[in-house]
Ligand binder design. Structure first.
Ligand code: ATP
Ligand code: ZN
Length: 220
């Protein structure tokens, strides 16, 4: 699949923790748009570019398939979405949206290392990342996938431990859980499609990446 004739597309989270900072970066890179009645697509006025506003979970697929040329998404979502086919590549880390995917346990579970999870059930929204972490350490555990409210799983006896995103730790604490080993350190990244844009747009794509890179490095 290729992009719409004559325009580049950048995929950004429609609403949520990455939405505002993603648009700030694009604006700081010199792109201007007006919020139209079209909620899905923001049309950039000063370049042939559209911003596609979607669920963050869809961004890796859209970029991998060439539906979008660039995207801004958390490394956690990118890693979880990896599959056997062509994947989006990371252009650069963006310095925002930082969070950590951690193992967390209730005080009733004796935990020294990932081996303590052997034979237990772990709840997470990130089954692929967690499975790789456990496999690399030779730990055999059952994974139960929850889309949200993972932190309630131990209390409901759905799982003995969880693997969830943490930034301040307040949610864990409120649920009587303690953070243990780190499974993944994550931040927002700029990703690029393996599908080249039409030749007339290649220079624009390169220059947008260049400007974003300038903005990110100026922010230290
Ligand atoms: P969507 O509706 O787009 O699917 P979502 O509910 O999956 O949104 P958000 O909660 O908005 O996602 O989080 C988006 C991203 O922000 C996460 O995938 C992660 O990379 C990052 N993030 C930063 N801090 C946190 C945190 N404390 N908890 C969860 N995600 C965080
Ligand atoms: Zn999501």
């Amino acid at each position: 699949m290729s992009t719409v004739q004559g325009r580049l597309r950048i995929a950004v989270q429609k609403s949520g923790r990455l939405a505002d900072r993603s648009l700030d970066l694009i604006r700081d890179a010199g792109l201007k748009w007006v919020k139209g009645h079209n909620d899905l697509l923001y049309r950039v006025e000063n370049y042939p570019i559209d911003l596609l506003r979607v669920r963050d979970d869809d961004i890796p697929t859209f970029v991998a398939d060439g539906v979008c040329d660039l995207g801004i998404v958390g490394e956690n979502v990118l890693e979880e979405g990896r599959n056997g086919g062509a994947n989006a590549s990371v252009v650069m880390p963006l310095g925002f949206g930082r969070c950590t995917l951690k193992i967390a346990t209730p005080p009733t579970l004796a935990y020294d290392s990932p081996a303590s999870l052997d034979g237990l059930r772990i709840a997470t929204s990130y089954p692929k990342i967690l499975r790789r972490f456990l496999d690399e350490r030779g730990v055999k555990a059952d994974i139960v996938v929850m889309r949200g409210a993972v932190e309630v799983a131990p209390r409901l006896k759905l799982a003995a431990a969880i693997c969830d995103l943490v930034s301040t730790g307040a949610t864990l604490e409120a649920n009587g859980l303690g953070a243990k080993d780190t499974v993944l350190e994550s931040q927002a990244v700029l990703i690029q499609s393996p599908v080249a844009p039409e030749p007339a747009l290649q220079h624009l794509l390169d220059s947008i990446i260049e400007r974003m890179s300038g903005v990110v490095s100026s922010q230290g």
